[in-house]
Ligand binder design. Sequence first.
Ligand SMILES: [Zn+2]
Ligand SMILES: [Zn+2]
Length: 202
Amino acid sequence: MLWDNMKRFTQPAYSIYYFSDEIFVKCPKCNGFAKVNITRESDYCYKKSLNCFECGFMTTKGWFGYWEGFIKFHCGFCGSKIEYSTKKPTKKLSKDMVFCCPRCKVTKRYPLKWYRCNFAGRDLYFGLELWLKISVKNQTLWAYNLEHLSYIKDYISSDLREDNNRYKYSIITNMPKWMKVAKNRDLLIKKINSLEKSLPKV
Ligand SMILES: [Zn+2]
Ligand SMILES: [Zn+2]
């Protein structure tokens, strides 16, 4: 291959937050195409809103995603520290659970504290499933919006991938290996193209 014919990736190093002001998701009411919009006042202060283009559902509050429960206590009988996580993300929250102290084996009800948990393929703000999400060899390829998707596509389809502005939070630096290896390139581009076509015209 001639050097001149090689496609070069020249875009800046962005973190995921660069693309997170508008996120395409599935509506929690009708599963239709919806958008999450984030208005930032500062790094930690933002307003979120959700709008469904199918059923018209709108909200600025709530978490539709999964939770993980924790128990953090000292056993009332032997005093040993009890730290337990429900591990399996759930949507069914209970106030407490029966727990057996691993040291003295006394069983007691302990209050659970619930925290939002998130994983690849869901949005950070409402916990909804992303619209632009597709499985590739048991992995999940996902993007928040079209701009994010084309950024990923641009990188994957490039022959020369300079990453001069490497930094901890860069999307490229954090991109998993299966998305970077040459043997997956054609398949990934095919999947990205089908994601692009999955978008409704709104
Ligand atoms: Zn809807
Ligand atoms: Zn105990």
